[in-house]
Design a protein around this ligand. Structure first.
Ligand code: KG4
Ligand code: ZN
Length: 342
């Protein structure tokens, strides 16, 4: 069974060919970082224009690299939301056109379920599923637009137990990096410079760690705390700390919060397997702390390779396969939903 998957929800144009749900024959992703870099963040109009320019080339390359014939494609999967309206529209229009031309069904995938399904592309994860030893598992989704703790009870059966009340974790990384003039996207830069820095230089308050907030997150306060600290430091009212140590201390506060809430949820729900997804999941400290959590609680912990953490079409194809098996199809009336939830 061959699926063509398309992902254009934000600023990556990606297409993938997936065989039998788990075998990635190709995954081509065109990033747009260089076009947004000088603005310090994603400019939606530029994102949609770049998607239009590259989508056909990316799809063509994915098909060629997989060495499949167009006629062998059994279904077209596409991200319908959440994401930037103009960006989603480009992927959706392409998927509909191909579905119509090839007379093959269309499958609508929520971007967040894609981030969860990236884990099924890890062979050991899929093995657990085959052994019927996987569900329920907990997935921490941490991306530029979302921070969400999801209990996955079965295929396509999601129970969100916590989400951010304001900024997403990746958004906080990007905003703090912009404030510190470190560059864009901020996450990978802060990750890199934190490695040889003092993460205990500043003890930023861990946001919403109190019991009443349960599994919800908040990352806008910590971004403000960084700004206040720097302003006070400039006025000589705080000790002098170098930029890299400020970034590392910020990173530690964010990751401590993510780990603490995930640990609590794993214990409360008696979880045996934790998965993680989204761009921030490629953060080396988060990956390290997740491994520690897994040994501490003696449970499985899966972290997809970095290319499956950031936006890609392979994860969309993997989620779509389950919909295909359950006969869940969309039709040409499918519209984007920029605020879609799971
Ligand atoms: O999942 P993703 O590619 O796009 C969204 O769905 O939002 O995530 C992008 C986010 C950006 O905020 C980026 O700064 C962050 O992921 N990110 C990281 C790292 N790599 C990407 N954050 C922290 N550490 C990283 N190594
Ligand atoms: Zn994403």
């Amino acid at each position: 069974m061959i699926l063509l998957a398309i992902e254009t929800s934000c600023d990556e144009t990606s297409a993938s060919i997936i065989k039998d749900g788990f075998n990635v024959l190709s995954n081509i992703t065109a990033t747009q970082n260089e076009f947004h870099e000088k603005y310090g963040g994603i400019v939606p109009e530029i994102a949609s224009r770049k998607h239009i320019e590259t989508i056909n080339l990316v799809i063509k390359e994915a098909i060629e690299k997989a060495s499949v014939n167009e006629k062998e494609i059994d279904a077209i999967a596409v991200t319908f939301g959440p994401g930037l309206p103009g960006s989603l529209l480009v992927g959706l229009s392409s998927a509909k056109a191909i579905s119509l031309a090839l007379k093959k069904p269309l499958i609508a995938v929520n971007h967040l379920e894609g981030h969860i399904y990236a884990n099924f592309l890890i062979p050991e994860f899929e093995t657990l599923e085959r052994k019927k030893d996987l569900f329920p598992f907990l997935c921490l989704i941490v991306s530029g637009g979302h921070t969400q703790l999801v209990k996955v009870n079965d295929h396509l059966k999601y129970e969100t137990i916590g989400r951010t009340r304001d900024d997403a974790a990746g958004e906080a990384f990007d905003k703090v990096a912009r404030f510190l003039n470190l560059g864009y996207p901020g996450g990978p830069i802060i990750d890199k410079i934190s490695k040889n820095s003092d993460e205990n230089a500043i003890d930023f308050k861990r946001p919403m760690i109190e019991e009443e907030y349960k599994y919800d997150f908040s990352f806008s306060g910590i971004k403000t705390a960084v700004v206040y600290f720097c302003k006070k430091m400039e006025k000589g009212k705080e000790k002098k700390v170098n930029k890299n140590d400020i970034a590392a201390s910020f990173q530690k506060a964010v990751i401590d919060t993510l780990i603490e809430k995930t640990t609590k949820a794993a214990i409360e729900f008696g979880i045996k397997t934790i998965a993680i997804g989204g761009g921030v999941a490629s953060n080396s400290k988060l990956r390290e702390e997740m491994q520690k959590l897994s040994s501490k609680l003696n449970i499985n912990c899966f972290i997809p390779p970095a290319w499956l953490c950031t936006d890609n079409a392979a994860m969309i194809g993997c989620a779509a396969y389950q919909k295909y098996k359950q006969n869940i199809f969309a039709d040409l009336s499918l519209d984007f939903d920029s605020t879609a939830r799971i």
